[in-house]
Design a protein around this ligand. Structure first.
Ligand code: TXD
Length: 311
């Protein structure tokens, strides 16, 4: 059986475990600093397995030794946003937490693939790659599956068509500058721009950009967790089943799209080696301008990180 350790057993961490257990993909370890909490959630979930008929072992722990021999490490530890906060406001606090989670887990699982969720997402993935000195295949940031799913959900609501027929790609940094590529998105093959009137599409794109904030404002005490953790589960499944599935995710750029030395949301082929290849779309001038603007915002956060972390 594969083994997945999830660092941070809060809302996204425990919900990720839930989706993963349902798929019977791996034994699971939940790690958190709060005493008893990961153990309690782990035991509760373990006791659900006979009901749903899944042979999955789930344990909780407060130390990293329990993660030994993991195939995949999912990092969700850190603070979530509060109303009025941007993702970048979380940088200093979360860099400490993610840095420790990354380096401590590598000691016990030197071959693991990392899937990072903690915000500011692209920069926390960058920190994980740099601190652990890993090849880029082994660090993936989750953002694009979620941002694209938000766009897909809103298109489904507007058109009444099944979510399964709706393919959308939201790329770029995981922030307000994200890049919804409507030209590459479609409803059963029909380009989105032909399917929906421009004003409707515009409104949906704007709602997608602010999708995380919309939920933060509703919840008031935390941020989204069902859709983000479902996104992690899809990424993990693509890796463990060696699917070579193309998903939008944050990957380390080495010249693709003219970008270097940053994590950025792009379509990537995911398989057993991790992030196997970045897929390059042809972008028109407007799309390229949006990409560059978003990349500049991510770079700025990477630079801010370099001032506070030893990387
Ligand atoms: O798609 C995405 N990338 C995101 C990212 C979507 C949703 C949430 N996103 C970010 O994930 C969010 O902005 C936060 O930075 C993280 C975690 O969000 P979550 O909603 O799960 O936050 P919680 O419920 O507060 O859980 C965080 C847990 C909490 O239980 C802490 O006790 C724990 O992290 N924590 C730690 N665990 C282990 N080790 C250390 N050092 C640690 N510090 C805190």
């Amino acid at each position: 059986m594969n083994k997945i350790s999830i660092i941070g057993a809060g809302m996204t961490g425990s919900t990720t475990a839930h989706w993963l257990a349902e798929r019977e993909l791996a034994d699971l370890v939940l790690v958190d600093v709060v005493e008893g909490m990961p153990q309690g959630k782990g035991l509760d979930m373990l006791e659900a397995m006979p009901i749903i008929g899944r042979d999955v072992e789930i344990v909780g722990a407060n130390d990293y030794a329990a993660t030994k021999g993991s195939d995949i490490i999912v990092i969700t530890a850190g603070l979530p946003r509060k109303p009025g906060m941007s993702r970048d406001d979380l940088l200093a606090a979360n860099a400490d937490i993610v840095g420790k989670a990354a380096t401590e887990t590598l000691k016990y699982s030197p071959d693991a693939i990392y899937v990072v969720l903690t915000n500011p997402l692209d920069t926390m993935a960058y920190l994980t790659l740099k601190l652990n000195k890993l090849p880029r295949e082994r660090v993936i940031g989750q953002a694009g599956v979620l941002d694209s799913a938000r766009l897909r959900a809103f298109v489904a609501l507007e058109t009444g068509v099944s979510v399964e027929n709706i393919q959308c790609y939201v790329l770029g940094g995981h922030g307000d500058e994200m890049v919804p590529l409507t030209r590459h998105s479609n409803v059963a093959g029909v380009p989105l721009r032909e399917y929906l009137p421009a004003d409707k599409l515009d409104a949906i794109v704007q709602r997608t950009r602010k999708g995380g904030g919309e939920i933060v404002n509703l919840l008031k005490t935390g941020s989204a967790f069902y859709a983000p953790s479902a996104a992690v589960a899809q990424i993990v499944e693509a890796i463990l089943k060696d699917k070579h599935l193309i998903l939008p995710c944050s990957a380390y750029m080495q010249g693709e799209y003219g970008l270097k030395d940053l994590f950025f949301g792009v379509p990537a082929v995911l398989g057993r080696k991790g992030m196997e290849k970045i897929v390059e779309y042809e972008l028109d001038a407007d799309e390229k301008a949006l990409f560059d603007k978003s990349a500049a915002a991510v770079k700025e956060t990477h630079e801010a990180l370099k001032k506070i972390a030893k990387i």
